[in-house]
Design a protein around this ligand. Structure first.
Ligand SMILES: [Zn+2]
Ligand SMILES: [Zn+2]
Length: 351
């Protein structure tokens, strides 16, 4: 089979490798779609010899069909469509049992994320992949329509990550609230739809790309703004000078963090989920002060519960992923388009 291997720093190669066999408690998934995430670009930069990423099949976002079940696997049906949970958490440690599997203490450390495919174990950008039976979520069954795994692949990360961040502020999404989403790429375009589906708050969406701004109202935003030097003033005007109850930053560069900080209301919530390399400066008072009572939280991935929830929202037709698809052989063009920043929604490779 073909697999996209990280053979050196910033060097990918499509290689022919043996089709892997599932061991006890594992399944083999025939990948139908593998989403490309900005994090893949960061991982690629660390592909040199000696790095834990050297030689791996990249991709942490994927879905496909159950192709083979290993010994002892039960409760799954061969051939069925599944999405792959990207948190290969232990399920038993204190963090896992208390519902924080994205901070699993057995498979992760204080500074290292839990085991994640494409960031250690072989990932999704291949024709087949081995996954523990606990880490696949069926996309069919019951009376709701099944999801096509090629289109649903981005739910695994671009869906789960905003779902997780939004679930930390569900009690603040009342009809009188204002929520700001900064960045309408893979994660942000899902965030707007999820916010529309789970809450009544007014949604203001912001992006630097006019094409993405134009798409925002179609996704469910009440107001869409171009990011420029007037954006903060516009948001404050829309909130009687008080600021927004919740601000999500899915970009994470200095400018977006500064905008988020400039428009959050007292007792509001800042959720920093973008990994653009920016920094957040905190001061009790003065130029960089945040209003009293603001909660600031970074966000890493999501839990199995978050994944179940985005799958349910998608199967009910309340959210959908905008995808641009490429054959696996065309990976170089897909990565180039991603880095150019002009893609609507998510780029998905089709093995
Ligand atoms: Zn990612
Ligand atoms: Zn754990």
């Amino acid at each position: 089979m073909r697999a996209l291997k990280l053979v050196d720093a910033n060097r990918l190669e499509l290689r022919e490798v043996p089709v892997p066999d599932p061991g006890p408690g594992q399944v083999r998934v025939r990948i139908a779609g593998a989403g490309i995430c900005h994090s893949d670009v960061t991982i690629m930069a660390a592909g040199m010899e000696g790095s834990p990423f050297h030689g791996i099949t990249i991709g942490h976002e994927g879905a496909g069909y159950l192709d083979a079940l290993g010994p002892g696997v039960s409760g799954l049906v061969e051939g069925g469509p599944v999405v792959i949970d990207l948190m290969w958490a232990c399920g038993h440690c204190r963090q896992c049992v208390q519902g924080r599997s994205n901070a699993c203490q057995t498979t992760g450390t204080r500074w290292m994320f839990p085991t994640t495919p494409g960031l250690g174990p072989d990932g999704t950008m291949a024709e087949y992949m081995i996954v523990g039976e606990r880490h696949v979520v069926p996309l069919d069954g019951g009376t709701l329509p099944a999801l096509d795994p090629a289109g649903a692949a981005p739910l695994a990360d671009a869906g789960v990550t905003p779902m997780h961040a939004i679930n930390t502020v569900r009690d603040r999404l009342d009809a009188g609230a204002v929520v700001v989403v900064v960045g309408l790429g893979g994660l942000g375009h899902m965030a707007v739809q999820i916010l529309r589906a789970v809450g009544a708050a007014r949604i203001i969406a912001v992006d630097a790309n006019p094409a993405k701004v134009a798409q925002a109202e179609h996704l469910g935003a009440d107001l869409a703004l171009n990011a420029d030097d007037q954006t903060a003033a516009r948001i404050l005007e829309e909130t009687d000078g008080f600021g927004a109850d919740v601000v999500f930053d899915f970009v994470g560069v200095d400018e977006s963090v500064a905008l988020a900080t400039a428009v959050v209301a007292p007792e509001g919530h800042l959720r920093l989920a973008g990994l653009g390399g920016g920094s957040f400066t905190y001061a009790l008072n003065g130029v960089n002060a945040v209003p009293w009572g603001v909660t600031v939280q970074t966000s890493y991935g999501g839990t199995r519960t978050d994944l179940d929830e985005v799958v349910a929202l998608a199967r009910r037709g309340l959210i959908h992923v905008e995808t641009t698809t490429y054959p696996l052989d065309d990976y170089a063009r897909a990565f180039a388009d991603l880095e150019a920043g002009s893609l609507p929604g998510r780029a998905v490779l089709l093995p």
